[in-house]
Design a protein around this ligand. Structure first.
Ligand code: IMP
Length: 179
């Protein structure tokens, strides 16, 4: 099989299903926060499309912050090391903070982010992930809002990349292992 053929993502979650679930999550979150102002934290880069769709459907007063982290480099497995590439400069003390992640795989990245933001004394701290891979979890992570639970496949699309590619796909696809 040619390299190009192997790197063609196979469909896992179609666009329509993604959009429906994102709308449901937005409603659920808005109901739970009951009009309180939320600081929505977009974890870059992978969650930028999910984040944009989610916040536009959340009927709440929102401010947006962006946190850059990198843990995979160009690999398909987590290094376990989280590097902050862009920090939040606004104070979070006393604020209702919602972390928006693309994928929780081992959970190490979210665990690291939760600990780092908890230290800034928010009034509340919750997390929302579009995708959760329960079989891969290595931490006791409680994710407050989950879009879809998936298997251990390596996924791309809807903001999520492999070596910088496939973020623009409107659906979630998976890549076959072995490249
Ligand atoms: P964790 O620290 O192992 O939970 O990994 C979290 C981060 O790794 C996610 O925010 C993604 O950026 C990346 N990641 C985990 N699984 C995948 C995948 O299947 N495709 C692309 N990126 C992934």
């Amino acid at each position: 099989m040619s390299e190009e053929k192997k790197l063609t993502p196979k469909l896992l979650i179609p666009e329509v299903q993604l959009q429906k679930r994102v709308a449901e999550l937005a409603r659920e979150i808005a109901t739970d926060y009951q009009g309180r102002e939320v600081v929505a934290v977009c974890v870059l880069k992978g969650s930028f499309i999910f984040f944009s769709d989610l916040i536009r459907q959340m009927d709440l007063p929102i401010t947006c912050e962006f946190l850059g982290v990198s843990s995979y480099g160009n690999k398909m497995v987590s290094s376990g090391e989280v590097k902050v590439t862009l920090d939040i400069n606004e104070p979070l003390e006393g604020k209702h903070v919602l972390i928006v992640e693309d994928i929780v795989d081992t959970g190490l990245t979210l665990f690291y982010i939760m600990s780092a933001l908890k230290a800034r004394k928010p009034a509340s701290l919750k997390s929302c992930a579009l995708l959760l891979k329960p079989e891969c979890l290595k931490t006791e992570m409680d994710v407050d809002y989950i879009g879809f639970k998936i298997g251990s496949e390596f996924v791309v699309g809807y903001g999520v990349d492999f070596a910088g590619k496939f973020r623009e796909l409107p659906y979630i696809g998976y890549l076959e292992q072995g490249h």
